[in-house]
Design a protein. Structure first.
Length: 368
């Protein structure tokens, strides 16, 4: 549909107010350099005020918003990080009770996403599994299905687990090599996370998906050497959340913020691995009894047609509740007439760095 407006951004970022390295204006400049339209800073257990707004320089502008990554610092082991957007207030005091945290976020008009749901322990850097472990919950808005830094951590952990010689020096050298070439090892979201999402959708739940960088800008030290291995700008060119809005952003902070937040909550978006190629031209629509886009809920009817348009030739999969319903290779379009209701989502895969990798993961169209 040509009357929807596309914007890209990143929704999981840390500043020096928690465990990041830069402040908001500096991060905004890196987002502009990467070509993003919006960013949301989500410092750990602190809601920073007075920094939201448009940041501009000679290269462009970006809308910076603030959210919060909330987790219970007294939980042992550490886990279950929660991304809160749009609540407009501090939420850390609700961290010990995940359901209360969800209820408080939604009750304040916000949206809540479970961050990096599946992670591995990585003893090499003393990093525990920070996935979501507290599953006696309901009402959350969605899942962070792809977190770039979490995916890289999991790739390193998996590689080190396969080493026959459990030598610390060898492990460190392998980890260092992978750290310097992350694009060779990140292949897509965790399969467990996609399976979990499909399970939720098969139960009739509305669960929106987002994808992010988890940018910190942390320097790596090795003897006298000091290098920022994952600068903010680098990560802003990797995994992002792309949204479609019914009207353009107009520069008014309150207006634009409300448009974006609603799009996140309704799932009018897709997760794109933009390092492998721009995903800006992607569209997923339905035509039949009505017309709709990603995230819409439409009445199921005979003759309804799902249509996918990719920005380049790729492998396109149309998935319903974990099952591939239609698939094409080296094509940029797919059309499918469903013969049953359900939540239909799209995956696009593309060759990059010598192998096929996840490129686009759309939110569902719900046919009821």
């Amino acid at each position: 549909m040509s009357d929807w407006h596309h914007y890209s951004g990143n929704m999981h970022i840390h500043t020096s107010y928690s465990d990041g390295e830069k402040l908001h204006a500096e991060i905004a400049a890196e987002a502009i350099a990467a070509g993003l339209d919006y960013i949301i800073v989500t410092d750990h257990n602190v809601y920073v005020t007075g920094v939201e707004g448009y940041y501009e320089n000679e290269h462009g502008r970006v809308l910076l918003m603030t959210g919060e990554e909330v987790h219970n610092v007294r939980r042992q082991p550490q886990a279950s990080h929660f991304l809160a957007y749009g609540a407009g207030k501090e939420l850390a005091r609700h961290a010990p009770d995940p359901q209360a945290l969800i209820d408080e976020t939604l009750g304040a008009g916000g949206y809540g996403f479970l961050a990096h749901p599946h992670e591995r322990d990585l003893p090499l850097i003393d990093s525990p599994d920070l996935g979501w472990h507290d599953w006696d919950i309901e009402g959350f808005s969605g899942l962070e299905i792809w977190n770039y830094m979490s995916s890289f951590k999991n790739a390193v952990a998996a590689r080190l687990e396969k080493l026959r010689w459990k030598n610390k020096l060898v492990s460190a050298l392998v980890g260092l090599w992978m750290t310097l070439h992350p694009e060779r090892y990140v292949t897509g979201p965790e399969p467990e996370t996609l399976a979990l999402w499909d399970d939720f959708l098969s139960r009739g739940m509305r669960v929106a998906a987002i994808g992010n960088s988890d940018a910190h800008g942390t320097p790596m030290r090795l003897g006298p050497l000091r290098r920022i291995v994952y600068p903010y700008e680098f990560l802003f060119r990797a995994v992002n959340t792309h949204v479609l809005l019914p009207e353009p952003l107009n520069g008014d902070m309150a207006h634009d913020r409300a448009l974006l937040l609603r799009a996140f909550g309704r799932g009018h978006s897709w997760v794109g691995y933009d390092m492998a190629g721009s995903t800006a031209g992607f569209r997923f629509t339905v035509q039949g009894v009505g017309r709709g886009i990603i995230g819409d809920e439409m009445p199921y009817g005979l003759g309804a047609t799902l249509q996918v348009k990719a920005p380049a030739r790729c492998r396109i999969r149309l998935i319903r509740h974990g099952k591939v319903m239609a698939e094409v290779e080296r094509e940029s379009n797919l059309a499918y007439i469903p013969d049953e209701p359900g939540a239909y989502r799209v995956e696009c895969l593309i060759p990059y760095e010598g192998r096929e990798r996840g490129w686009i993961y759309s939110n569902p169209i719900y046919l009821r």
